[in-house]
Design a protein around this ligand. Structure first.
Ligand code: SAM
Length: 284
């Protein structure tokens, strides 16, 4: 087993995969139907020819086709929740936990707020919020029916199906006439112009989950422009974005009359979230 791991790690590293050892461990554990940490406890266990064949195919798809490990094993952890993922949804990213943190700052522990997530994908953000704030009422949308189906399955498995109302459609269209205290979104924000330079793994993810116009801001802009129509008077908005988009999105928020525009940064100091508050009734 250890020899297999060493060989696969070298093979992945030669192909320029930065997480070579981790990927090799995840795929071997998956092929053997065990936990990754179990590998080191059971390292003398012989690998059967059938397991070896499964592993070989996983290694080929990772090494040659550059399929993300999460798609190969069908799972990814987000906010410590074990989620199912498939090529119908974006693989939830660690930086999106910053969006969850920003949203939680706007939701006191006893909150009963009405929260809207636009573009839920695997359901990662909505499920993390439902998990942390038992009193909130959540609506989560996506353009993709396949994504909503998977998100619903994740909610079932995490016993949160009753907590989230899933609706399909473009941005605010499926919630027309409704009002929310908080709107959160990690919309597609990659620039079309970057398509050719992206790591090969990203090309396995749904393009409608990644790209949003020539500079990536098309949906961010629509979100800022439309949010007042669904926000309660004291409501708020939190958006994930790429750092260079932050100043423009913050300006759009101010131009639309939103207040308290703030930023949230990752550990390397790059802005990953812009948040803003709706006009408070009777306020400035
Ligand atoms: C970047 S992914 C985020 C997925 C998930 N919320 C996460 O953070 O991992 C963006 C999601 O928005 C959805 N989407 C794209 N365009 C949309 C639109 N116009 N209206 C609603 N959802 C949209 C995509 O299908 C995708 O699931």
């Amino acid at each position: 087993m250890l020899r297999l791991l060493r060989w696969t790690t070298d093979h992945f590293a030669q192909r320029g995969i930065e997480t070579a050892r981790l990927d090799a461990e995840c795929l071997l554990a998956h092929a053997l139907g065990m936990d990754r940490l179990r590998l080191y406890l059971d390292f003398e266990k012989p690998v059967t020819p059938a397991e070896r064949a499964v592993f070989r195919e996983l290694v080929r798809r990772r090494g040659a086709d550059r399929v993300p490990v999460a798609y190969l094993v069908g799972r990814r952890e987000f906010w410590s929740l074990p989620l199912r993922v498939s090529p119908d949804v974006l693989v939830p990213r660690p930086e999106t936990e910053i969006l969850v943190e920003a949203a939680l700052d706007l939701l006191p522990p006893e909150s009963e707020a009405r929260v809207l997530e636009i573009g839920t994908g695997s359901g990662a953000v909505a499920l993390a919020l439902a998990h942390e704030r038992p009193g909130i009422r959540l609506t989560a949308t996506d353009l993709s029916a396949a994504a909503l189906e998977l998100a619903g399955r994740n909610a079932d498995e995490l016993r949160m199906a009753e907590r989230i109302h899933w609706v399909q459609g473009h941005l605010f269209e499926p919630v027309e006439g409704e009002t929310f205290d908080l709107v959160v979104s990690n919309p597609p924000y990659v620039a079309e112009s970057q398509r050719a330079e992206l790591p090969p793994e990203l090309l396995h993810e749904p393009s409608e989950a990644l790209f949003a116009g020539p500079d990536g801001t098309e949906l961010l802009r629509e979100l800022v422009e439309g949010v007042s129509g669904v926000l309660a008077p004291a409501g708020a908005l939190a958006l994930e974005l790429s750092p260079e988009q932050a100043p423009r999105v913050a300006d759009w928020c101010r131009a639309r009359g939103l207040h308290n525009v703030s930023e949230r940064r990752d550990l390397s100091g790059r802005v990953r979230v812009v948040a803003a508050a709706h006009r408070v009734e009777g306020g400035a």
